[in-house]
Design a protein around this ligand. Structure first.
Ligand code: PLP
Length: 245
């Protein structure tokens, strides 16, 4: 087995063990590969090992890898900060879900583009559950009102929430973040809004996926544990001062 194959197998084992501890069915948690900075041939090796879902943080990388990955069937999500003027590229390069919807101005432009294309799109709303200023996402208390306001955008289908837990060598430190996301999901779910299903909780990464699964994750996003350390620090993707636009 090559490196990527064995690392995916190891992640699947960690997922299965966490599901078993939590009394959950392994099929209820999907693995998304966070492929920022990962070259297309490594991603193809992951597909050959059974991966089917990737997430990119930057439109530039979506574009650069698009052709090389085209001949392998797979699903692609967008998991990074999205600028309004890049929406058309996200649609063009085959993204099926934007996990990082975090403002109405973005929703408005996305809805416009989708309606022009006579289509709809699943989105997750990104929530800042750690209180860190460097993280994108809505404050938890603002999420119900935000999702209610999305009803004015008929092409957008809200299917759940995404968060990045508190970074720490101790994964337990992320647990309150994941619990908070689940609570917000339950609150919004109880509102029974049209076009809103709240079936997805995207939370958990290489270091804290077990805790996330125990707290109800349906999608975990794993990069480093499969592809190794990245050349760019994460601050390259999650700037200190989130810019709007
Ligand atoms: C990079 C990234 C991940 C994966 O992080 P790892 O620690 O490398 O597993 C998950 N979610 C988002 C939004 C990311 O940018």
């Amino acid at each position: 087995m090559n490196n990527i194959t064995s690392r995916i197998a190891a992640i699947k084992q960690r997922m299965a063990a966490a599901c078993s501890r939590a009394g959950r069915h392994p099929d209820d948690v999907r693995l998304l590969l966070a492929t920022k900075t990962v070259p297309a041939d490594h991603i193809k090796a992951a597909f050959a090992a059974g991966a089917t879902l990737i997430g990119e943080n930057k439109v530039q990388e979506l574009r650069d890898k698009f052709e090389a990955l085209q001949d392998v069937p797979h699903e692609k999500h967008f998991i990074g900060h999205l600028q309004t003027n890049k929406i058309k590229d996200v649609l063009k390069y085959g993204v099926s879900c934007i996990q990082s919807l975090d403002r109405l101005s973005l929703a408005e432009k996305l809805d416009q583009r989708l309606r022009e294309a006579h289509r709809t799109m699943d989105v997750l709303v990104q929530v800042n559950t750690s209180g860190e200023a460097s993280k994108f996402g809505l404050q938890p208390a603002d999420v119900p009102g935000f999702i209610r306001a999305l009803a004015q955008f008929p092409a957008i289908r809200v299917t759940g929430l995404m968060t990045i837990g508190l970074f720490s060598a101790d994964a337990e430190k992320a647990r309150p973040c994941f619990r908070l996301l689940r609570d917000v999901r339950d609150t919004v779910g109880a509102m029974s809004l049209p076009q809103v299903t709240m079936r997805e909780l995207s939370m958990g990464m290489s270091g804290d996926l077990e805790v996330a699964i125990e707290e109800g994750a349906t999608l975990i996003r794993v990069g480093t544990a499969i592809f190794g350390e990245r050349v760019h620090p994460d601050s390259y993707y999650w700037p200190e001062r989130p810019s709007q636009g």
